[in-house]
Design a protein around this ligand. Structure first.
Ligand SMILES: *[C@@H]1O[C@H](CO)[C@@H](O)[C@H](O)[C@H]1NC(C)=O
Ligand SMILES: *[C@@H]1O[C@H](CO)[C@@H](O)[C@H](O)[C@H]1NC(C)=O
Ligand SMILES: *[C@@H]1O[C@H](CO)[C@@H](O)[C@H](O)[C@H]1NC(C)=O
Ligand SMILES: *[C@@H]1O[C@H](CO)[C@@H](O)[C@H](O)[C@H]1NC(C)=O
Ligand SMILES: *[C@@H]1O[C@H](CO)[C@@H](O)[C@H](O)[C@H]1NC(C)=O
Ligand SMILES: *[C@@H]1O[C@H](CO)[C@@H](O)[C@H](O)[C@H]1NC(C)=O
Length: 497
């Protein structure tokens, strides 16, 4: 890899934000979309929530005996509706970000706590938010990052629950149900698989547990993004597909670069081919983010957006194929501004910012560079993006440059069972039909107790968000069914001797 491309990677990496930020990193040298981020960052102005924050001592290393240090894991507890002595515990398996964010935005748990008489616990994932094993040094090098794995995170959750049961009066016989969205949903499912002694069941919402090498075609993710645009407006996908060539055409001259920069109101004018590459990657990420947050109501995701934002975007992209490159790109810029300037208060568009910077993105990068290898590719035919193959070697080299580690492509499949998970039980996999991450999700029923709930009109874990008047019937039905399974699992435990 060329030295300058490392800078590009970092610049690009910096764009990403906590959760929901999906970043397809196009690096100049390899231009492969290696790093992806996701998670759930719905936002809501619903009823204020109250919880207690506790800090729990966790071992830095659960699986070896040489490292004896501990760190403080942040836990949020809400026991207002808990029926003591045996009332259930809904346990959110924190993902790659600040736990208060997930807590604020998992309205579903807050809405069902009373009905189930449940206590809510939100556990922060190690290396995110305040739960840093080595404080400010946690990210300093691969030695310090060594304990950032999903296995260690699951062990944290297990040890925590064992301790809560021992120390909280009335909790000893409480059935615990794991809940999570996105990577947190993967953790919820894996938690039930690995620790069936600790959780009676799991709701894994928009959890791409099969987005690993060899499990699903690498192109499915971007196909779904494309379908969302195709069904939201005539020619919408076709015009985005054409826009990449148009950008290449226009950006081939200095005056074209300037025009493009002005048309998109870019904070930093495009100067060279590297800038153009970053620009295209930023645009691609914009369309992906829109697919993830294509909610039926106004929501403040990373940016405030109108209801069904892709339909609004597609209003600008409905023309026929005869327009000039400049006309096409003028309208693409208007479409992009739906995402970046819905409130009308944005002065310029910053291609090094699809969202805010945070520690979270770096941690997810590291996880993608070790265990969470998620192949992605595009062909420009079945999707609306520039063709790009999945290149594991290039990815691995990039990881080595960034962190001094190389990913283990097959490990996730080995440790979590890949597609052979039928021997497990009591897991609900919910997926939104609009959510690109459903590409790696469980979208069919495996057994009577490994069930898949599809929400055709749903984007990224819509079911975990607060309910809304504009929710489609499919998500209402999904939530009702989820609660029914929860009640069934709770009853099963109560009956057991
Ligand atoms: C979560 O909500 C509380 C108050 O409701 C707020 O103080 C806090 O900043 C929110 N956290 C995040 C990460 O948005
Ligand atoms: C780009 O330039 C080529 C060559 O001039 C032209 O054929 C094509 O129509 C232009 N635009 C697009 C979107 O391909
Ligand atoms: C663009 O975003 C980057 C990364 O957040 C930031 O450092 C930079 O100051 C921003 N540029 C402008 C002009 O806002
Ligand atoms: C661009 O979008 C506008 C809507 O703002 C639309 O009226 C116009 O037809 C579009 N341009 C082209 C070239 O189709
Ligand atoms: C955002 O919208 C406002 C209001 O329409 C407009 O004045 C401003 O120029 C827009 N910003 C960008 C970057 O286009
Ligand atoms: C799985 O089974 C449940 C319960 O019968 C049903 O509601 C659901 O629609 C099924 N899921 C799929 C994807 O067929």
């Amino acid at each position: 890899m060329k030295p300058e491309s490392r800078t590009a990677v970092w610049d690009r990496a910096a764009l990403c934000i906590l959760t929901l930020c999906f970043s397809s990193l196009h690096v100049i040298a390899l231009k492969s979309q290696l790093f992806t981020r996701f998670g759930g960052l719905p936002y809501s102005t619903e009823t204020p929530i109250t919880y207690e924050t506790i800090y729990f001592d966790q071992k830095i290393d659960h699986f070896g005996f040489a490292e004896e240090g501990t760190f403080k894991q942040r836990i949020l507890l809400a026991a207002k509706y808990w029926q003591q002595s045996g009332g259930p515990i809904l346990f959110y398996t924190g993902n790659e970000g600040d736990i208060t964010w997930f807590c604020n935005n998992t309205g579903f748990m807050w809405e069902i706590a009373e009905e189930l008489g449940a206590m809510l616990v939100f556990a922060e994932h190690r290396y995110y938010g305040e739960s840093l094993p080595f404080g400010q040094e946690s990210y300093s090098d691969s030695k310090h990052l060594n304990y950032l794995t999903s296995e260690q995170a699951l062990a944290d959750f297990a040890v925590l629950i064992q301790n809560l049961k021992r120390t909280l009066p009335g909790a000893q016989h409480s059935p615990v149900i794991a809940v999570g969205g996105s990577y947190g949903g993967m953790l919820a499912a894996w938690f039930r698989m690995k620790y069936p002694n600790i959780v009676v069941g799991a709701l894994a919402s928009s959890a791409p547990i099969w987005q690993f090498p060899g499990m699903v075609p690498c192109g499915d993710f971007y196909k779904i993004v494309t379908q969302d645009f195709a069904k939201s407006g005539h020619n919408c996908d076709a015009n985005i597909r054409k826009s990449w060539k148009a950008i290449n055409n226009v950006s081939s001259t200095a005056s074209g670069l300037q025009w493009l920069s002005e048309e998109f109101s870019l904070c930093n004018p495009l100067k060279n081919t590297l800038d153009v590459m970053v620009f295209k990657s930023w645009l691609q990420e914009t369309w992906v983010n829109l697919a993830m947050v294509d909610y039926p109501y106004k929501a403040n995701f990373l940016q405030p957006l109108p209801p069904w934002p892709i339909q609004v975007v597609c209003k600008y992209l409905g023309f026929d194929s005869t327009v000039s490159d400049h006309q096409l790109l003028h309208n693409v810029s208007q479409a992009a501004k739906v995402y970046y300037n819905y409130t009308g208060s944005t002065s310029c568009l910053n291609t090094s910012q699809t969202a805010t910077r945070s520690l979270g993105f770096l941690g997810w990068f590291y996880q993608a560079c070790t265990e969470m290898v998620m192949p992605m590719c595009t062909d420009g035919v079945q999707d609306m993006f520039e063709p790009e193959e999945w290149n594991f070697q290039a990815f691995s080299d990039e990881c080595n440059t960034m962190f001094g580690v190389r990913p283990r492509a097959d490990w996730a499949g080995t440790v979590y069972g890949g597609k052979d998970i039928a021997s497990h039980s009591n897991i609900i996999f919910s997926n939104g039909g609009l959510d690109p991450w459903s590409s790696g999700g469980v979208t069919f029923n495996i057994t009577d107790s490994l069930v898949s709930i599809m929400i055709p009109e749903g984007a990224h874990h819509l079911d975990l968000r607060y309910s809304n008047d504009r929710d489609p019937p499919s998500v209402r039905a999904a939530r009702a069914l989820e609660v029914k399974y929860f009640q069934q699992w709770i009853k099963q435990v109560k009956k057991a001797p």
